[in-house]
Design a protein around this ligand. Sequence first.
Ligand code: UGA
Length: 441
Amino acid sequence: MKITVFGTGYVGLVTGACLADVGHNVVCVDIDQAKIDKLKQGLIPIFEPGIEDVVKRCVSEGTLNFTTSAAEGVAHGTVQFIAVGTPPDEDGAADLQYVVAVAKTIGQHMTDYKVVVDKSTVPVGTAEKVQAAIAGELANRGEAIDFDVCSNPEFLKEGSALEDFTKGARIIVGTDSERVQEVMQECYAPYMRNHNKLMFMDVRAAEFTKYAANAMLATKISFMNEMSQMAERLSVDIEHVREGIGSDPRIGYHFIYPGCGYGGSCFPKDVKALARTAQDIGYNPELLLAVENVNERQKSVLFDKVNKAFDGDLKGKTIAVWGLSFKPNTDDMREAPSRNLMESLWAAGAKVRAYDPEAMEETHRIYGDRDDLAFCEHRNEAVAGADALVICTEWKAFRTLDFDWLKQQLKFSVVVDGRNLYNPEDAKAAGFLYYAVGRGD
Ligand code: UGA
């Protein structure tokens, strides 16, 4: 099947690579010439486990091609995925200018039937705008070519995107057209050898499902973070509570890990955009606003705890920070809790010795060279001579910690663990002041 994907960002590249990997003939289009040149050589602009191999293999097999030519892209695929960015505008709503621009391009160049698929996360009603943009261009050209627009939101997690694409729980397609259903069935057939994962619904329901899913997951996290705050004040270990409630299948173990707040490009943006939509339609989204507020508050817990450990005097102190990305297996620093921590530490006159397995370059890109930030090449280098250690991200490399060894490295025996990685008893036995999240400290 011939498929075109507009946008070679995170979602577009994963979509294009995975569809090419099962034998579809895919062309990915992007306006960024430098990016396309690199991709043609198998150089990947994002960090995502496994994607490099897939792209290289598909490019060499000829199932995956990259171009900056929109005309070429439109001519190629019967299916045209729109997977460009929808950044938040000033009031939190999703900015649709890139999505609409691609729709117009499709309308300008198409010569035969197309199924246009909204893959980007877009508010309810966007498919109608895409439909109108294409129809407008066709009318300008005086052409009457048949096309359909459907919604096919993605549920990819950074760090496990390939697996999520190929083995995801469901594939949602919003359409009222049987023709589209048949085309999308053919597109996704390679992933349904075991059972049918395609769920068809109307377009607006599909668009809304994406936001509702992310908002639900963000709500679970904020709920647990709120419970962790209470647990601390009640001398309760939240980890017991997590296990206790997670064992109820109605609640489940997923997304109930308390921590230092959710980050990344999706939850913060999507919860805000959904709240914005609610306000636009005259509904007060009390729960969504609370989810967001709890998250904002939670992002300050790391700083508050380290500040407390040093009695509010961090001037001249050096803090080792392990984990900078918003979660493991990515170099993404968007809305990462580590940023709140480092910026608060600097404001309080402290220095940072930072280490992350993948996000060092990204950290440098964001903060540049500065006297109060040391870029360390190993977790051990970060703690050497520091006053205290703070863990922001639960990378595998941080899962074990020899507290006796750590004691020799740090000037003060202080650990702030933003991901509840260690046994508080081990830390205490080694004489550490150990602050975790919601563990009765
Ligand atoms: C999220 C969703 O999980 C995907 O299903 C969705 O497709 C994606 O957004 C998107 O809209 O594109 P992602 O942002 O990559 O994926 O990462 P998650 O693994 O969901 O983690 C988000 C944040 O929540 C991280 O900061 C993580 O540390 C935090 N989190 C997650 C917790 O604090 N506790 C948990 O129990 C789980």
